[in-house]
Each structure stands twice: as structure tokens, then as C-alpha cells.
Design a protein around this ligand. Structure first.
Ligand code: ZN
Length: 426
């Protein structure tokens, strides 16, 4: 391109010199200026790096993966290159989703599936990722444009659709099932779904799809006053689904209802969204690469820098049919899974006992915090939340007020006994 423009400039110059009447040169001067501007633009355009076939740990300036592969050398991750096998779906490419997508792209994730129906607006510029010149483009297309420049090794799929419509939901579920990237993979075609949407309806759609496919997902959210957020791990059948219990938020001291009036736009901060995206992707990496501990629920209250954690059990009377099905399946496989986990822990304990303790001297008097177990609550109990957490919605689900099947069974038995006694006494 640069070469062609240079040739064009030479030709224009020759043409100019060949004109006998100098007064005819003005339009050619104008054309020459245009070509010079184009040449400068081409020179300033970013140079795309070529694809990298294998991730290398070689420490050279030109290796985009040397710092990531160092995690392996440091003993944090056993096999970092496995990240190239994984597919992650991100639903909602807004203030959290776009930043999460960039982080995963820079980490060298194998494949990213991006879902959003919205367009980039100048009103989004208080957040990270999108640029003013992308205003008017769909968020998914703008994201693919930026992400493919950052890391051409990542396979990017853009879905401009609304998952809360019938057709959008069907396409969403089908795309999650598609296993062409890794045909040998068990279950669906993706390893994790990240929900980065900003409304209840879209979360319920993600919840429905993931319960149907038995797909593990991570939910994220930022409060409408922009000062608190959360992430939550949802494993169908094993942890509470989104319909098992009203979603939790970190209480920020502002009444949410006052923020949801018609025409009043929600606040947003790049800081809170960046923190939540960071927590979300950190837990995604731990989940995929099998290191550390994935938080079942992690809240963030920026006003107090408070991070509550807890875990939620599924509700056996959940209104979501697929959730109840997954719970039944989980109960069947649980004993075998518990036994395998116990055996693994015993092997790990044995190998730790054989190793000499690290940092015996401890010159700096650093103490490690106690790994106390997380607060665990039943999805139905609304009054047992850890300090600082509140429900996003009132827990007004009608099914909670219905008598439990056990209670009904007892009543029926009592009635039957009374009837039998009546018959016998006659
Ligand atoms: Zn449920």
C-alpha cells in the first residue's frame, strides 16, 4: 500500500512537470496533498502481529506469551498452554464484558464467543475498551475489530443478537452446543459462560440455557449506583441457580428503587466495572487452568473496600424445571465425586508432608490468614445472609409460601388414619 502511494506521488509529479501551462497545476497539487495524507495514515496504522503457532516460554521482547508462560515456571499453573483449548462465551459486551473479553484475549484464550445486540455510543466512553471512532458500530463487531488486532491467535465469533427473544435464545443455545472448535470435548461446545448483562431478563435467559445444557457459568453485576458489584459461580444442580434465590447485591447504603425511575439513567464507573471484570476473569482463569480456589460468590463494596464471600445451595423447589433435573442428577453422582475428591486430598496431604516447609526463617514476620470455611446459606433462607449483603429483589416467590410436599404427605396420612379409625369403629 505504502509503495503504491509513493509511485502515485512520482507519477503525479511527472504529470505536473509535463504540463505546459503552470495555471493547470493547481488541481494536481491538491491531489498530491491528498496522497501525502493517505501515505502518513498508512504509516501510522498499527502493524498486526502474525499468528504464533506454539506458546513459548522463551524470554525475548518479541514473545507475546513469555510473561504468561512464566506462571508455569513459578509453579502457579501446571500447563498454561492449555488455555488455547478453551472456549469462553461472553454475554453482554458492555462495561464489564468488553474488559473481560480483552483480558481473556491478552491471556491467549483459544476461542471467544461474543453476544450483544447493542451499538457503541459516545455515552459509553466513561468506561474502558471502546473508542469514540467506533460509535455506531455494533458492540460485537467493534470488539472483534479491536481484539483481533491485540491477539490474532484468538478465534473470535461475533453474535449480534438479543438472547431474550425467541430466535435470539435459540441461536444462543445452538452456538453454545457447537463443538467444531474441539470435537473431543465432553458436554457443550464451550468451557464457561460469562454473564455480563445488565438486566434480570437476560440473566434469566442465560440461566435457562445453562440449566438446559448443564453448563457451568459465572454471573457478574454492578449496582446501578456504580459503587458495588459481585461475581457468582453457578454449577447447575450443585449450586443455587439464578431462579433458586433472588440475586444478591452488596448493600451500598442507597435504596435501589430510587435509582430505577423512568428516564433516570444508571450510574457507571470504569473503576468498579474494571474491578468486577478483573475478579471475573481471575476466577475464569482459576476455573479453566485449575489453580487456586474459585469463589462461589464474591461481592465488592467500593465504599468500604469490603469483599464478602459465601456459597449458596440449590433450592429443591426451584421454579426452573431444568434446575431441579440437574439437582437430581447431582445427588446421584455426588457420593462418587466426594470419594474421588477425598482420595485426591489424601494424596496431596501425603506429598505436602514429604516436602520440607517453605520459608522456615520468615524474616519478615509474614503470617498467612486462616483459610476459614466460607459462609454457607440455603438459597431459600433470606435472613441468613452475611453482613453487607442484601437481595436485589424482594424474596416474594410464591412457591416459598406453599406447603412442602412432605407436609402435604403427613396431612394426607393423618386424614387417612382418621378415616380408617372411623371405618373400624363402625
Ligand atoms: Zn434453581
Amino acid at each position: 500500500m505504502e509503495l503504491e502511494l509513493k509511485e502515485m506521488l512520482t507519477d503525479l509529479e511527472a504529470l505536473k512537470q509535463s504540463l505546459s501551462d503552470p495555471s493547470h497545476r493547481a488541481p494536481l497539487d491538491k491531489l498530491q496533498l491528498h496522497v501525502e495524507r493517505l501515505t502518513n495514515l498508512v504509516k501510522a496504522a498499527p502493524v498486526r502481529r502474525s499468528k504464533v503457532k506454539d506458546m513459548s516460554a522463551e524470554v525475548v521482547d518479541s514473545n507475546p506469551y513469555s510473561r504468561l508462560m512464566a506462571l508455569q515456571r513459578m509453579g502457579i499453573v501446571e500447563n498454561y498452554e492449555r488455555i488455547r483449548d478453551f472456549s469462553v462465551a461472553i454475554v453482554g459486551i458492555g462495561g464489564v464484558g468488553s474488559v473481560a473479553a480483552e483480558m481473556l484475549t491478552r491471556c491467549g484464550i483459544g476461542r471467544l464467543l461474543l453476544y450483544d445486540y447493542d451499538k457503541v455510543e459516545l455515552a459509553n466512553m466513561n468506561r474502558l475498551f471502546f473508542r469514540p471512532e467506533q460509535a455506531g458500530l455494533t458492540k460485537t463487531d467493534a470488539a472483534v475489530q479491536t481484539l483481533s488486532d491485540i491477539n490474532p491467535d484468538v478465534v473470535l465469533e461475533s453474535y449480534t443478537l438479543n438472547i431474550t427473544t425467541v430466535q435470539g435464545f435459540e441461536t444462543f443455545v445452538e452456538s453454545l452446543k457447537n463443538k467444531s472448535f474441539r470435537p473431543s470435548k465432553q458436554g457443550s461446545g464451550v468451557d464457561l459462560v460469562l454473564s455480563c448483562v445488565d438486566n434480570y431478563e437476560a440473566r434469566m435467559a442465560v440461566n435457562q440455557a445453562c440449566n438446559e445444557l448443564s453448563q457451568t457459568w459465572l454471573e457478574s453485576g454492578v449496582s446501578e449506583d456504580a459503587v458495588s458489584g459481585h461475581i457468582q459461580l453457578l454449577i447447575p444442580g450443585e449450586t443455587a441457580c439464578f431462579a433458586c434465590a433472588p440475586p444478591l447485591i452488596v448493600a451500598s447504603g442507597i435504596d435501589e428503587r430510587t435509582l430505577k425511575r423512568e428516564g433516570v439513567c444508571a450510574a457507571s464507573l470504569p473503576t468498579t466495572m474494571g474491578v468486577v471484570a478483573g475478579l471475573l476473569v481471575q476466577n475464569t482463569l482459576k476455573f479453566l487452568l485449575n489453580f487456586g480456589q474459585v469463589s462461589p460468590y464474591l461481592g465488592y463494596n467500593s465504599l468500604k473496600d469490603y469483599f464478602p464471600t459465601m456459597e449458596m445451595k440449590p433450592n429443591p423447589q426451584c421454579s426452573n424445571v431444568a434446575c431441579v433435573e440437574r439437582q437430581k442428577e447431582y445427588i446421584l453422582v455426588k457420593p462418587a465425586r466426594d470419594a474421588a475428591a477425598k482420595a485426591k486430598m489424601e494424596v496431596a496431604a501425603q506429598s505436602t508432608a514429604e516436602c520440607p516447609p517453605l520459608h522456615v526463617d520468615n524474616d519478615w514476620n509474614i503470617s498467612v490468614l486462616d483459610d476459614s470455611p466460607l459462609d454457607s446459606v440455603d438459597a431459600r433462607a433470606s435472613d441468613t445472609l452475611p453482613e453487607g449483603l442484601t437481595r436485589e429483589l424482594p424474596s416474594a416467590d410464591e412457591f416459598l409460601k406453599l406447603p412442602t410436599p412432605e407436609a402435604t404427605a403427613v396431612d394426607d396420612l393423618e386424614e387417612l388414619r382418621r378415616q380408617l379409625e372411623a371405618i373400624n369403629s363402625t
